[in-house]
Write a protein of this length. Sequence first.
Length: 200
Amino acid sequence: MNAFVDPYEFTALTNTTLNMEELHGSASVWDKDTPTKSKPIEQKPMFHEWATVQPGLICLARKKKTAVFRQYVAAETAVPVIVCAACLPKDNENDYFFAGVARSKSVRTADDGIGPSVDEFFTVSIGGMTTMLNTSGGTIFPGDLIEWGFTTPKTSHQMRARSTPRRFCVNVASVSSPKIIGRCLSFAKNGETFDLLLKM
């Protein structure tokens, strides 16, 4: 399926920084005994960093957004998605749904005021087998159910580097999770690639 990065989502980001409590959610264990939970640990990235797509990244789309793109021609042949979780608090996960896994890349450059110089469109997989990076912070085994998420329990609490905005991650899911995207087919430690059979 064809897709493009939704620029409206970048302008709609109300937070320019996130603290630990917002990053891990209001029900997180970090709220109880962490004295620095209100210290900013993430900043809003530049648009070209936020909109860059690489193969294997999880793509999400906002629920109930058809009214915005009713007059937008590009949305007639492609789905508007986002691939970056920067400055999105965990409590907002219910506003999005899984739209696929990126198959091709769309590397954006800094805006020079003239206009885009690269193709904004890319393709996403919505079924079948795909290769992804294990960003869960732990080990994934064959047969594990995999879900998407804004963050993992082991996300670093240090100030994130400006050159690496936070992306959507994968986690091992329970059978009752509403965010399951598929089933793992290979073994992978944290940071290694694995094969995933996407749920149709």
